[in-house]
Write a protein that binds this ligand. Structure first.
Ligand code: PEP
Ligand code: MN
Length: 633
């Protein structure tokens, strides 16, 4: 059962409640969520929930109806993020794991590791004990293979995962792998499940060849019940009557799992299809369906692979898949997890923001009320559940970063439909001690919210920011009984209707406001154009040390009022072969009809070219040039 604790519960009351439950034979877990703290009590004793509800500090008791308890969404409403070193799997991030089916030699795995890393994989896979259908097939290199795998992972700075097939190997494997994989054939090897549960390393639990979703979650329950919370489910296709593909990917398992469980789920399109050309489309479909990542087989020379060659991607195919995932991620409101470019581990380097490494709980300020789109964007960018600090104005966001009351700030810069948010460009100039340290994009999906008693037919007045109203004009035209009323802020308009408690009031905002303000989503996806994206900048004080491997820069400069001056500046970029991503002009404050230019540039691998270009532009520009920030996209 789930016991929701009162906000003000005292430590003594907590201890009392815990002993009460443990004395009756329950295993008790405390789970601290975003909105509430709960005790999860699992076990088979029969205790009347009403008896527990009467205890001090208890708000309510909810029985768990499913046979899997710790794995169930009823137990924990927030998504579980599984940590693998600095990596986080689950939530708003997409992770891609790549590598060969089997480690075949030191050279092969070292080469694959470099290729996987270069294309954006964040973990390296490689089997050392291969459960093959035939005893005559290559069985894997065993411990020697694990040694090579670990060496390759360390060489490129990626954690490694490998399959465990026997409880006897557990202690030995612990020395080599960051994540244990339980293969499809062993999903119901309960001794093995208990063993990896006991070891306490993250586990990728593949779905059995013919396992139901419930059996799969019960297998996860075995691991969780040993005290190991770090389980990543992996759908890898099941046996059906279809024989064209090796297995049949159960794509609907993804949303089903998302509903039943808080655990992250990744997909293995390689074993699901068995055919290399089917791997990218099926992998993309999995991401579209909500998977938290993919595990993909890739080999420098698949034709020569000792196992699973036909389903193994060529490096170029993998690289293309990564680019497609990147494009798709924004559509599903997620970000692809990246590790800064590097040729090897770089001890002592302050990690990139957004990679969830290093620092403790961050404080990030954003403009708007709780639940604003900016808050969703920052939660997508920062992985370590930062404290989101709402601010009234954009200026407040900048000043909180400057005075150190926030570690970072986030501000919208540009919307794909409405264009630039000029105020923030101007603020970047007014705050020379603030720099851009990151960028993130968010797909804007508007929803009509109402109080819990309201239905769509009741709504007469719809409050929202003028942009929100304008972006939903078709929906409003189709519902002529609804009148749009401009409000200063989208999320603020939801707070307003929640407070007014009128059935005829609606608000257009992010659906994440529903939980925060206790309102209901009456209709979602009401924006006229679904291709509605906003680009945000992450801001920090200039003295904050961040990513050392930027690939994008934002600059601002002005040019003399003479013929061809902008042309000459552009010439510098052309000569250095720097790719310009954006050029925008803004009036110079206090100098009517004079303009400055904002430029976003790709930073090439050869950073010198960039620095030379900046030096030359400085000479050409009239009022100087400022680098607003260098960051990774
Ligand atoms: C593998 O990942 O190499 C593997 C054997 O997968 P599965 O257990 O899903 O067949
Ligand atoms: Mn394989």
């Amino acid at each position: 059962m789930v016991i929701v604790l009162k906000r003000g519960i005292s430590p003594e009351q907590k201890d009392g409640l815990r002993s009460f439950l443990e004395n009756r034979g329950y295993q008790v877990r405390e789970i601290v969520g975003k909105e509430e703290t709960i005790f999860g009590a699992v076990g088979s004793p029969r205790v009347d929930p009403r008896e527990v509800e009467l205890l001090a500090g208890v708000m309510k008791v909810i029985p768990i109806s499913k046979p899997f308890k710790l794995a169930s969404r009823e137990m924990k409403t927030d998504d579980t993020l599984v940590s693998v070193g600095p990596l986080k799997i689950g939530g708003r991030r997409i992770v891609v794991i790549a590598g060969p089916c089997a480690v075949e030699s030191r050279e092969q795995i070292l080469e694959t590791a470099g290729l996987a890393r270069a294309s954006g994989a964040v973990m390296l896979r490689g089997g050392a004990f291969k459960p093959r259908s035939s005893p005559y097939s290559f069985q894997g290199l065993g411990e020697e293979g694990l040694r090579y795998l670990k060496e390759a992972g360390e060489a490129v700075g990626l954690p490694v995962v490998s399959e465990i097939v026997s409880t006897d190997h557990a202690d030995m494997m612990k020395e080599y792998v960051d994540v244990f994989q339980i293969g499809a054939r062993n999903m119901q090897n309960f001794e093995l499940l208990k063993k990896v549960g006991h070891i306490g390393r993250p586990v990728i639990l593949k779905r059995g060849l013919a396992a139901t979703i419930e059996e799969w979650l019960m297998a996860a329950e075995y691991i969780l019940s040993q005290g190991n919370d770090d389980v990543i489910l992996c759908e890898r296709g099941i046996r059906t009557f279809e024989t064209f593909t090796r297995n049949t990917l159960d794509i609907s398992a993804i949303p089903v799992i998302k509903n039943l469980s808080h655990l992250p789920i990744i997909v293995d399109p390689s074993h699901a299809t068995g055919l290399r050309e089917k791997v990218p489309p099926v992998g993309l479909a999995a991401i579209a369906a909500g998977a938290d990542g993919l595990i993909v087989e890739m080999h420098p020379d698949p034709a020569a692979a000792l196992s699973d060659g036909p389903q193994t991607l060529y490096p170029e195919q993998f690289e293309k898949l990564m680019r497609d995932i990147e494009a798709l991620a924004v559509v599903v409101g997620k970000e692809v997890t990246k590790i800064p470019r590097a040729s090897g581990p770089r001890p002592g380097v302050v990690p990139a923001v957004g990679d969830g490494m290093g620092e403790g709980r961050l404080r990030v300020s954003f403009q708007g009320a709780r639940g604003a789109y900016s808050e969703s964007a920052l939660r997508g960018f920062f992985q370590q559940n930062p404290e989101a600090a709402p601010k009234k104005t954009f200026d407040d966001v900048f000043s909180s970063v400057l005075d150190g009351s926030s570690d970072y700030g986030i501000v919208p810069m540009e919307n794909s439909l409405a264009g630039s948010i000029h105020e923030n460009y101007d603020l970047l100039l007014r705050y020379p001690d603030i720099k851009i340290v990151g960028e993130t994009k968010l797909r804007i999906v508007h929803s009509l919210m109402g109080i819990p008693e309201a239905s769509l037919e009741d709504i007469r007045k719809v409050f929202s920011h003028p942009q929100g109203l304008a972006q939903c004009s078709r929906f409003l035209d189709e519902h002529p009984q609804m009148e749009g009323v401009p409000f200063y802020d989208t999320a603020g308009s939801v707070a307003f209707i929640a407070q007014e408690k009128r059935r005829d009031y609606g608000a257009i905002a992010n659906e994440e406001t529903a939980k925060i303000y206790g309102v209901k989503v009456l209709k979602t996806g009401i924006e006229t154009n679904p291709l509605n994206y906003t680009r945000f900048f992450i801001l920090a004080r200039s003295d904050r040390k961040v990513d050392e491997t930027p690939n994008r820069a934002s600059l601002v400069f002005s040019t003399p009022d003479t013929p061809g001056s902008l042309f000459r500046c552009m010439g510098v970029l052309a000569e250095k072969r720097l790719n310009m991503k954006k050029l925008e002009s803004r009036p110079i404050p206090g100098k009517p009809w004079r303009y400055m230019f904002y430029v976003d540039l790709e930073i090439p691998d050869d950073m010198d070219l960039f620095h030379q270009a900046v030096a030359e532009l400085k000479k050409l520009s009239e009022e100087g040039l400022r680098v607003l920030g260098m960051y990774r996209v």
